[in-house]
Write a protein that binds this ligand. Sequence first.
Ligand code: ATP
Length: 249
Amino acid sequence: MTEIPDDHPRAQSLRTRHRIEEGVELGITSKQGLIAQGRGEAYDYLLGEETTPSADRAERAAAAQLLLADHPVLSVNGNVAALVPGEMVALAEATGADLEVNLFNRTDERMQAIADHLRDHGAEDVKGLAADGRIPGLDHERAKVDADGIGDADVVVVPLEDGDRAEALAEMGKTEIVIDLNPMSRSAQTAAIPIIDNIVRAIPNVTKHAEELRERGASRDELEAIVADFDREEALRAAEETIRQGELD
Ligand code: ATP
């Protein structure tokens, strides 16, 4: 990988892009994943490439929602696996969540490569390979989930999810936490908790909030209050306003 100097103004963005390129080379990210990355970069640029105060509130609400869940599951696709494999494992540990591989363009090779990649980053149990459950209303390949994973989950984190699946999961009654840099995407619009932030910043920050809430023994009442106080419409509105104002330095 080409060395990117720390003082390069776009250093973080370029490193993220290289991780996606490497993901394609490793066979964990699809070519469509490159396009998704490009769309994400454009929104991130307009958001100032930082976690806004509104996104931080969403990340705290997500942490509280995950700690309240009976069976939380974190969904991992090819971009997520390339960008934040270790960070997803850390979030799963901090919240007692399962990890499930979940691909838009599902092939056995890529499912296996992603599961192996997560194990290389410390995951013990990776779901998604059994594919013995179905999401109603989707075509055959895209409907596949594990019956004891997303099929059984009450709370799901779906980063960079496609709109159809996000809508179908919400219709199944799952509480969805979506991470997407586009506040106007159908996935973000569908989410109970839309996090409008780059996944490379969002996942470690949700983990940090979860650890903080756990370490000081936050009660169920307090966690429920954090979730109840979160205003999804306001979060979407604030992100769209930041993007449209485009106050760039
Ligand atoms: P929808 O159907 O939800 O409207 P889409 O299927 O058209 O969306 P894709 O083209 O699949 O969307 O793009 C994936 C989404 O992931 C885009 O909205 C993009 O902003 C977002 N995205 C890409 N990279 C990241 C990232 N690193 N962090 C967060 N979001 C990202």
